[in-house]
Design a protein around this ligand. Structure first.
Ligand code: NAP
Length: 277
């Protein structure tokens, strides 16, 4: 399952919507990225997201804060962006550092600007099936499954991982599509036996090649959301592809879809905010 083609098509539509919005209102959609410290992976992610923004006609704004910034200061700065009418979307790159109350920092993002889908408001809206911004990676996974016309109804979906930004919301979105969902995590007993039952498998563990072909039910659809050192996923692609009917590569699968969803949600946020301005 190639993510680059669908991501490119979504981004083309996003760029057209951004251009139309700018033409109509004289205002370009603006995404503010917030980076705490200089973790090399985070610096790269933020740089990549800003570059994609610029290409799609979204104005990238950037706030770099020192690694030692306090929770109070971070909350204040994110709050300023939330109150700034020229900013339509906010992305706080995480991890933000162990001394910071990450939840407090995320909650300083106004729900209308939560284009990365990290606030409790967005999470609850997703849980209730109400309009709101999905967490970008799970949102990208669902769009990719739709792109490949994977019928989820009644299927057994197994999600390995339960983080608030990835595993948990991915399972909730699959449940919203009538899949029967099982979560696995570090305390799950007999994890591999459960994984072998999956019609649809989402790997969101953060461990290189954690799952292999032997763990895959023949014909399963495999989504590898992992992105580990050396550009490798959570699934051993070569052995898993011999059993799966569809499988995402790493890189080039879920990653590009994540950014495409972020850009699409930013333009959507700007459109809504400018309509009510
Ligand atoms: P995370 O917060 O570290 O969560 C990892 C999850 O995997 C946890 O729920 C953990 O269980 C579970 N886990 C860890 N070791 C396990 C084991 N041995 N057996 C079973 N379960 C285990 O990571 P994350 O932020 O969700 O990210 C997961 C992966 O996705 C990473 O590789 C990350 O780089 C990648 N990612 C990719 C994108 C993208 O755009 N492509 C975006 C976000 C993340 P417990 O809850 O029990 O600890």
């Amino acid at each position: 399952m190639d993510g680059t083609g669908p991501a490119r098509r979504i981004t083309e539509r996003t760029a057209a919507a951004a251009a139309a919005l700018r033409e109509r209102t004289g205002v370009a959609p603006c995404l503010a990225t917030v980076l705490v410290g200089e973790d090399p992976a985070s610096v790269t992610y933020v740089r990549m997201k800003r570059a994609r923004c610029a290409k799609a006609g979204i104005e990238p704004r950037h706030l770099a804060l020192p690694a030692g910034v306090s929770t109070a200061e971070l909350v204040d700065r994110v709050g300023e962006l939330s109150a700034d009418p020229a900013v339509h979307g906010i992305l706080l790159q995480h991890p933000v550092g162990p001394h910071i109350d990450e939840r407090a920092a995320f909650e300083a993002i106004a729900p209308a600007k939560d284009v990365d889908g990290v606030t409790m408001h967005s999470f609850a809206a997703m849980g209730f099936g109400l309009p709101g911004f999905a967490s970008c990676t799970p949102g990208g996974i669902l769009r990719l499954l739709d792109e490949y016309q994977v019928d989820l109804r009644g299927k057994h979906a197994v999600v390995v991982g339960r983080s608030a930004i990835l595993g948990k919301p991915a399972g909730m979105l699959l449940l919203g599509r009538d899949a029967t969902v099982t979560y696995c995590h570090s305390r799950t007993r007999d994890l591999r036996a459960i994984v072998r039952e999956a019609d649809v498998l989402v790997a969101a563990v953060g461990r290189a090649r954690f799952l292999t072909g032997e763990d895959i039910k023949p014909g399963a659809v495999v989504i590898d959301a992992g992105y580990n050192e050396g550009n490798v996923g959570d699934v051993d692609f070569e052995s898993a592809r011999t059993r799966a009917s569809l499988i995402t590569p790493v890189p080039g699968g879920v990653g590009p879809m994540t950014i495409a969803v972020l850009l699409a949600q930013t333009v959507e946020a700007a459109t809504r905010q400018l309509a009510t301005a």
